[in-house]
Design a protein around this ligand. Structure first.
Ligand code: ARG
Length: 455
């Protein structure tokens, strides 16, 4: 393919080192689609005849079918997907295959292929994130007004609706989808026509080429176009952050499924047993989801490190862009449906969650009671802090302290202070948009449903 100026053939180990077919063959669809669009433009520009174009298109169609049916036979000499397709095309249609690469370089070709592939991956991952959101939303709808302890620092903080906690994970995924949509805009930009570095000398209509390939725009600078992998870095960041979000959801599910919490029972289908301890049912689905964040972050770091300090335009280092890209996409394409399934089939134990609420979680509500009677919040906080300590010293719940103790704690305290010790009342007061009162959470569910119908 490039042997003209070489006397010796490539060293065997160097060939293995150099070859990317092993991993880039999965872009066969994109490579052939790109070549078909290029052939149409070559004819449009008068570089090849209509007949030659049709021969090339029919040949590319045949190569496509071979890949699709798993019949494509690779040769050891196939350096990458581009050379493999062209080699096979030559075998099928003869010397006219040699005209396909006119005015094009593998530099703009590979950049085009990877962009097309990434556009597809973004779509698939968006679907996966959406399915997980649906699972969370369905659980939130089913939970109704069920209450659970909300934790900060993993310490019991304030009562919240179970639906509120479930939806807290929904919204981080919604931002992931927004980020993916934004990344898709910068991915759907056509590099083809940039040649190796300086642009093609042929009268190619790049806009038409972009439209043919479902891309919205064309790259403005050929030197940038052949070396720009920002869209992959952005995609990998999106993937890494999705991984981080999955890991946080997973961590909640893991601790909530422990005997100590007992808030949720995972379906057998998403758990595994222990080979040693017969009583064990392990939350492996969520542990793996938590662990996958590591490799997703690694994929992003790998690419950024490859890109750092590269000189302008194409360098072979850029061949290292694909494995982290594919790894991240593969990881999420499996992780997301597993997460959706594990969430959808989990059984939340509403009564256990409610039983875990204790009166101390309403200490803030006692302070709020005093504030409503004109006591400055800082002072109220201090007064309630002393009451909490008193309850601890007596070994009783805050609500079990005698009324006298409350009345003595502050002159603003009335006999009605004990009415504060009602978890339903506590959440019902938090009615502002975004808060945990049932009506506010219902509004959140309406919003979330709207996100699910928009694409
Ligand atoms: N396999 C190469 C890659 O993935 C294709 C581009 C090769 N370009 C070149 N000038 N050798 O980046």
């Amino acid at each position: 393919m490039w042997g003209g100026r070489f006397d010796e053939s490539i060293d065997a180990l160097m060939a293995r080192f150099n070859h990317s077919f092993r991993f880039d063959q999965r872009m066969w669809r994109e490579d052939i689609r790109g070549s078909m669009a290029w052939a149409r433009q070559l004819a449009q520009a008068g570089v090849i005849s209509a007949e030659e174009r049709d021969t090339l298109l029919a040949g590319l169609e045949a190569v496509f079918a071979e890949f699709a049916d798993g019949r494509f036979e690779a040769r050891p000499s196939d350096e990458d997907i581009h050379t493999a397709v062209e080699r096979r095309l030559g075998e099928l249609v003869g010397p006219v295959a040699g005209k396909l690469h006119t005015g094009r370089s593998r530099n703009d070709q590979v950049a085009t292929d990877v962009r097309l592939w990434t556009m597809g991956a973004i779509q698939r991952i968006d679907d996966g994130v959406r399915a997980l959101q649906q699972a969370l939303l369905t659980q939130a709808e089913a939970a109704g007004d069920a209450l659970m302890p909300g934790y900060t620092h993993l310490q019991r903080a304030q009562p919240v609706l179970l639906a509120h906690w479930l939806l807290s994970h929904f919204w981080s995924l919604q931002r992931d989808r927004e980020r993916l949509a934004d990344c898709a805009k910068r991915t759907a930009v056509l590099p083809l026509g940039s040649g190796a570095i300086a642009g093609t000398p042929l009268a190619i209509d790049r806009q038409a080429l972009a439209a043919d390939l479902g891309m919205a725009a064309i790259s403005p600078n050929s030197m940038d176009a052949v070396s720009d992998r920002d869209f992959i870095a952005e995609f990998l960041f999106c993937a890494a952050l999705i991984g981080v979000h999955l890991s946080r959801l997973a961590e909640d599910m893991i601790i909530y499924s422990s005997a100590e919490f007992g808030f949720v029972t995972l379906a057998d289908a998403y758990s595994t047993g222990s080979s040693l301890m017969p009583q064990k049912k392990n939350p492996d689905s969520f542990e793996l989801l938590r662990g996958k964040a590591g490799r997703l972050i690694g994929d992003l770091a790998t690419l950024l490190i490859v890109l750092k300090g590269l000189p302008s335009a194409y360098n072979k280092d850029l061949q290292e862009d694909k494995e982290p890209l594919f790894d991240a996409a593969d990881t999420l394409e499996l992780a997301l449906p597993v997460a959706a399934g594990a969430v959808a089939t989990a059984r939340f134990r509403y009564e256990r969650m409610r039983a875990a609420l204790d009166d101390a979680m309403l200490a803030t509500d006692v302070a709020d009671y005093l504030v409503a009677r004109g006591v400055p919040f800082r002072e109220a906080h201090h007064v309630v802090g002393r009451l909490v300590r008193e309850a601890e010293q007596r070994g009783v719940a805050l609500s079990a302290l005698p009324l006298d103790v409350f009345l003595a704690a502050h002159p603003a305290c009335g006999a009605d202070v004990l009415q504060v010790f009602n978890v339903d009342r506590s959440v019902a007061q938090r009615r502002v948009p975004g808060a945990t009162a049932p009506e506010a959470v219902h509004e959140q569910i309406v919003q979330a449903r709207r996100c699910m119908t928009e694409r």
